[in-house]
Structures are given as C-alpha cells and as structure tokens.
Design a protein around this ligand. Structure first.
Ligand code: NAD
Length: 370
C-alpha cells in the first residue's frame, strides 16, 4: 500500500470510528428544526409501499424503535388501509394513496418518509417527499441510475432534508466488527476479498424481473450487498471493474441479469472477486484475505443467522433487528442534525460501480471507474 492510500484509509478509519460510535460528525446538514418546530422525542415515519419488506420487517421493527414510530402509510391498495389502520392504530387522516401523497406536506405527524417501493419508483417518491419538506429514508438500490441518485441528492439538499439509504448491514454488529478488524491493521495489508450474494428467485411475473421497474436483476437486488461489503471493508472506491453475465434461462431472465461474476481493483491493490445470482441458493458470504490472516462472514447478509470468524477467533454477537437499528440511527441523525453514514452519496457510489459492471458486460472490456 503506498503512503497516499495508507493516509486515505487512515482518514476513512477516523471517520468510520466516529461514525460507528455516534454517526458521522455533525455537519449542520439542514437549518431549523427537524420536526416542524416541535421538540419531538420520537419522529413520525410514513411508509410508502406496503409490500413484503414493509409488512414483515419494517413495521414490526418500528414497534421496537425508541426515537421513531410508524405515523402514516401510503398505499395503492384500499384493503391494506383498513388492516394496517387497525393493526397499527393509524388514523384515516394519516393514510395516503399515491395520488394524495403530496398532501403529506401538511401532516406534522410525519417527519421522515421511508420509500419501500420497486426500485424505479425510489427517485420519484424521494423527490416528492423532499418537496413536501420531509426527510427521506429510501430502500436499496437507491435508484436505477447514477443520474436518478444525483436528482434525489439534489432534491434533498435543496429542501434541506436528510437522505439515507437502507444499507442495514452497516448497523449489524458482525459487519461492524469485521470493519473494525480490517481497519485495525492487526492482520496486515488486505490483499483480496471474495464476496457473493444470490438466491433462486420464484414467480416469473414479479417486478424484480421487469427491467423498467427493477433497473436490473440479481446485481441490483442482492449483488449490491457484496459490492457494499467490498467498499466498506476496504474503505476505498474501485478503480476498475471487469464483469460477465451468464444466462441459462433466457425466457425468465429476458429483461434482467440472472448471474454475474465480476472483479474490482482498489487503489491500495486489493482485488475483489464477486458473484451474484437469481438462479441458485446458498451464495451468501464474504472473506477478506490479508497478509497475516482472514476475516469472514458466512452467511453474511440475511436478516438472521450471520456467522463470523477471523484468524483472531470467532466473531459472535447476539441477534439484532437490522431495521430497528438503521431506523434508530437515521432518526437520531435527523434529531441531531448530522449526516447519516448511509447517505445518498453512499448509494450513488454503489450505482456508479453497478453501471460500470453493466457497461463491462455490454462491451466485454474492463471499465475504469475513477
Ligand atoms: P414487494 O413487491 O413486496 O412490495 C412492493 C410494494 O410496492 C407493494 O406494496 C406494491 O403494491 C407497491 N407498488 C406500487 N407500485 C407498484 C408497481 N408499479 N409494481 C409493483 N409494485 C408496486 O417488494 P419488497 O420486497 O417489499 O421491496 C421493496 C423495496 O425494498 C425494493 O426496493 C427492494 O430492493 C427493497 N428491499 C430491501 C431489503 C433489505 O433487506 N433492505 C429486502 C427486501 C426488499
């Protein structure tokens, strides 16, 4: 590692250590009160899109958070209005459709809008939420293109609202411990990372297989976790990417990628070898090889059951609710007016690499990314 890279890694370590302890340093990201002039202790969250993730993970997590709560819902399905209202005690005045969504501007019970829609809709609802004066938390992948990510960042900046992306693993203790070991330099120089995440996707009619709605296939949906892990383990951005796709079912995967393998080179010389797939189960891991040892998680990216080990010994923590932790962190960023460690800029950096990966597949060449 040359000294310039060493320094940039050291700077990143400082930021990360502060970030792990208490969010990234106070930056004064917006003026005035986070919550419409109220000194709220618990911020209200509006969930946009009441599909699988909102139903099974986010709403239950919001029953456990101490500094934020479910305050409103936005849905296009009238039957869901009734069931969610009674289950979570939501008054009809805090229930919106996609058509009435902009009226949320006048709803002081809502401080944060959480966008949990198909990927192509993230940009539109983030921009509309920011224009309505709300802070925005948006699911991954941030959007379908770098250009949309930039539009989202600009809209939140113009409205002086915070933007965060649902990178839940960054709040999970096994992942945090791996980052800590990597940054301590106890294992010497990092040399290579092997990372992958995939699963066998079912229903061929779902939006995840529709290019317009999903933006891409396995890479956009789950490969992004492997990519993120390489970025937060190294604390660096890749300088070049080489990728190839394999398609075994040209009908099911007519519009989106089925399996992709890719390599990334990082400025310090680390190489990453990554894979993602919608065509088989079991790929769910990362391993970091350093001069004097290794760090690994397998399984690495699920909601439960993460297991870790390094050459220093087992990496073991109690089960946590990833969504509870990420939402608590974002609410405290809003309350304390500080940048989120999973900011819009972080989401944009992933989309830059994702676009380079698709570009490399199209052109059959290595793509330079910085
Ligand atoms: P889902 O299909 O279960 O839910 C999507 C919701 O969007 C549904 O309520 C649906 O009615 C609504 N919707 C509105 N317009 C739609 C349209 N034109 N087509 C299809 N649905 C439409 O999806 P999900 O699994 O809840 O995923 C939602 C978002 O959350 C995605 O961006 C996904 O990548 C992300 N996600 C993140 C994680 C994580 O671990 N962070 C896990 C799963 C999903």
């Amino acid at each position: 590692m040359n000294s310039q890279n060493h320094n940039s890694r050291r700077d990143f370590v400082k930021t990360l250590s502060a970030g792990l302890a208490a969010g990234v340093a106070v930056g004064g990201f917006y003026s005035g009160s986070p919550a419409h002039g109220n000194d709220k202790k618990s911020l209200g969250i509006a969930l946009v899109g009441l599909g699988s993730l909102s139903t099974n993970q986010i709403a239950p997590a919001l029953q456990k958070t101490s500094n934020c709560h479910l305050a409103a819902i936005v849905t296009g399905t009238p039957e869901k209005e009734q069931s969610w209202a009674s289950k979570y005690n939501i008054d009809p005045s805090h229930i919106y459709s996609y058509d009435t969504f902009d009226k949320i501007a006048g709803d002081d019970s809502v401080d944060i809008v959480y966008v949990v829609l198909p990927n192509s809709m993230h940009a539109e609802y983030t921009v509309r939420a920011a224009k309505a004066g709300k802070h925005v938390f948006c699911e991954k992948p941030m959007a379908n293109s770098v250009a949309d990510c930039q539009t989202m960042i600009d809209a939140c900046k113009a409205a002086e609202r915070l933007l965060g992306i649902g990178y839940r693993c960054q709040f999970e203790p096994h992942h945090q411990r791996c980052i800590e070991i990597a940054r301590s330099n106890d294992l010497g120089a990092m040399r290579m990372i092997d990372a992958g995440f995939g699963f066998k996707i079912g229903d061929p009619k779902q939006w995840r297989l529709n290019k317009q709605l999903a933006g891409g296939g396995a890479l956009m949906d789950v490969g992004i976790y492997a990519l993120q892990a390489c970025r937060y383990m190294t604390g660096e951005e890749p300088v070049s990417v080489t990728a190839q796709e394999t398609k075994t079912d040209a009908v099911k995967f007519a519009q989106v990628d089925e399996s992709i393998t890719w390599t990334m080179k990082f400025p310090s010389g680390v190489i990453a070898q990554c894979a993602t797939s919608y065509n088989f189960n079991g790929l769910n891991r990362f391993k970091v090889f350093s001069d004097q040892g290794f760090i690994q998680l397998e399984p690495a990216f699920g909601y439960t059951g993460i297991q870790g080990e390094s050459s220093q010994g087992p990496i073991k923590f109690a089960q946590v609710d990833h969504f509870q932790l990420e939402l608590q962190d974002f609410a405290s960023c809003v309350l304390e007016n500080k940048q989120s460690r999973v900011s819009g800029e972080e989401g944009l950096k992933d989309l830059k690499v994702i676009e380079a990966i698709y570009n490399s597949i199209r052109n059959g060449k290595t793509v330079t990314t910085s």
